[in-house]
Design a protein around this ligand. Sequence first.
Ligand code: 6CS
Ligand code: FE
Length: 299
Amino acid sequence: MTTAPERTVDLYPTRGATEVATPRQDPVVWSEPGAPGPFSAEELKGLERTGFATVEQLISPEDVTVYLAELDRLVNDPAVRADERSIVEPTSQEIRSVFEVHKISQVFADLVRDPRVLDRARQILGSDVYVHQSRINVKPGFGASGFYWHSDFETWHAEDGLPRMRTVSVSIALTENYDTNGGLMIMPGSHLTFLGCAGETPKDNYKKSLQMQEAGTPSDEALTGFADRHGIKLFTGPAGSATWFDCNCMHGSGDNITPYPRSNVFIVFNSVENTAVEPFAAPVRRPEFIGARDFTPIR
Ligand code: 6CS
Ligand code: FE
């Protein structure tokens, strides 16, 4: 007799008929207090409270030139541009994002294994980790569009099947992130509330959502409540600076109409104790270049 696949309990229902806010049911920092790693106890406390931790110079100016040259090489490679991993800006048709850079570029493959990065991810998630998603967001000047307010976990739960909030992103600036060229904005503390969004996930949603997200975006009322309660912090910093942020932070970024690109590399680490199951609120899985299904720990 074949047994039905074990159905994972859905702690974070979303994309139903109505929008509903519920308290987070997971820790933010999963390692034991005092666990070894590059973050101090103070920094981890700050991450637990606000949902983010900044590192002034995670990579050196010399490193930045290497990564920026690699970004330029990828963006100017016709084969990369033609690849489904590349998402273009809706208006200018310039490259907006390239996904799975840790698989198509040795330079970025090395970055995800760099102890300055990997040891921090392991310290936050308290386990071995694998890359759920990596991408470069180019955000060129003269009109690159931003990313509307959302929780990454809401999408990664609904569409990629991540069961728990045991996932962390690091955004590393490869160009100066000014207060004018479309920097990352986070609502501090918003990660402690899960906002289940209203509205079903359309089939092949990713083909649109990576340019302009609709399914999984909060209502104006919910966003107003979050912003009134938590405020909004804009992250600026020189190339090489980094922002670690919890998967459930309410975040977004504005358009970039300045001449100065805001190019960042994003790596999403997931715990090997939280591997993807079936999507919780989508008809089909997204492609593996967006939501990995290779759970081999990064060593
Ligand atoms: O859907 C996703 O996985 C992507 N979308 C956004 C707006 N942020 C996270 C991720 O890159
Ligand atoms: Fe996001």
